[in-house]
Design a protein around this ligand. Structure first.
Ligand code: SF4
Ligand code: SF4
Length: 127
């Protein structure tokens, strides 16, 4: 059984939901979200809050958590399954194309480019 932490998104200017603070649920041992521009540490905040353009196209939803967001226990961080196991969400994808698909998704979501989320997180727990 996983331990979870509940995090209030204080500033959702990037999430287009400025009026209502939202609470997201993440694994308790997930890393703390870094400042925008810092290296991505896999905290999972962005993808728990809302889907990226790739996620919107594939899963037809804007609201998070994204179905492709997966906790990597060994590395202690969240990862995008569209990169690690694209076939898990794209059942029609031939196994031989998996690597190419992962590379395309990595470019699309700008993986490795640093944190591009300006969501501000608080300590919040649901009241
Ligand atoms: S990066 Fe991956 S897990 Fe995150 S929202 Fe996009 S598709 Fe979903
Ligand atoms: S892009 Fe930022 S918010 Fe998203 S997982 Fe990486 S560090 Fe966390």
């Amino acid at each position: 059984m996983e331990d979870w932490s509940w995090i209030t998104l204080v500033d959702e200017s990037s999430l287009r939901q400025k009026k209502m603070p939202r609470v997201i649920r993440l694994i308790a041992t997930a890393p703390v979200k870094p400042a925008p521009g810092q290296p991505c540490n896999g905290c999972g905040v962005c993808c728990a809050a809302e889907t990226c353009p790739a996620g919107r196209l594939i899963f037809r939803r804007r609201a998070g958590p994204c179905p492709a967001l997966a906790w990597d226990e060994a590395d202690g961080r969240y990862r995008c399954r569209l990169l690690t196991r694209p076939g898990a969400h794209l059942g029609w994808l031939p196994a031989a194309w998996s690597g190419a698909a992962a590379r395309i998704f990595a470019r699309w979501i700008a993986a490795g480019q640093g944190c591009d989320s300006d969501a501000e997180v608080g300590d919040g727990k649901p009241e």
